[in-house]
Design a binder for this molecule. Structure first.
Ligand code: MD6
Ligand code: FE
Length: 214
């Protein structure tokens, strides 16, 4: 019998379940056990780099609490949005958990690792206004996002403010990739649906976004 070569990485690549506003949605990519393992990784991240509420450039605290892992963390205050190599308390950010890096390798690339994993925590009533992710140097790299915990209404439009938008519920274990023409699409979270997941003991939602920054 013929000796077949090992399957290539690309033939193992998972396919998106839906494309919404140009973003690829991989619904239910992580099962409950995998979600719980990621949450336990994140407990270590939050222990080293506690969640904080960034101030908008207008001086109002965001309703979403944040922290980061990796070389850079995303940060905002009265001086604007930017990446920083330090937590507001002064320490370096903890490393990106291996399980999260493995997802990037699986869906995006082995060529280079992301250098920021932004961790967003939404309690009841938290939301995120329509925005573009444009503080990174090279928009050829996509932004990959993981949803954990309560369901969230995600809205996505085009690359100019005020155009038509589409919405989808993001559920625990879903992964979304914003790349290509959708990389600079306006997007946000209208609201979360409290009590829709039992993953986090006190409820709420966590969103992770992986980015190549410089
Ligand atoms: C969130 N997500 O799901 C907010 N950004 O809580 C984002 O802002 C986001 O899902 C870039 C790429 C994918 C995203
Ligand atoms: Fe974003």
């Amino acid at each position: 019998m013929e000796n077949r070569p090992a399957p290539s990485v690309s033939s193992d690549r998972v396919r998106p379940t839906t494309v919404i506003g140009g973003a690829e949605l991989f619904a239910g990519l992580f099962d409950m056990d995998a979600q719980a393992a990621i949450v336990s990784d994140l407990r270590a991240v939050v222990a080293a780099a506690p969640l904080f509420s960034p101030l908008t450039p207008w001086g109002k605290p965001m309703s979403v609490r944040m922290t980061s892992a990796g070389k850079y963390g995303w940060f905002s205050d009265r001086n604007g949005y930017r990446y920083s190599e330090h937590h507001p308390d002064g320490q370096s950010w903890p490393p990106i958990p291996a399980r999260i890096l493995a997802l990037w390798h699986r869906l995006v690339s082995d060529e280079r690792d992301p250098d920021c994993c932004l961790v967003n925590f939404y309690g009841e009533g938290a939301r995120m206004g329509l925005h573009q992710d444009r503080d990174e140097a090279d928009f050829r790299w996509p932004v990959l996002s993981v949803s954990l915990g309560d369901d969230a209404r995600f809205r996505i439009g085009g690359t100019v403010r005020g155009g038509k938008t589409e919405s989808v519920w993001l559920r625990s274990g879903d992964v979304l990739v914003l790349g290509g023409a959708a990389r600079l699409a306006y997007h946000g979270i209208d609201r979360i649906a409290p009590g829709t997941s039992t993953l986090l003991p006190k409820g709420g939602r966590i969103n992770l976004t992986l980015r190549v920054v410089d």
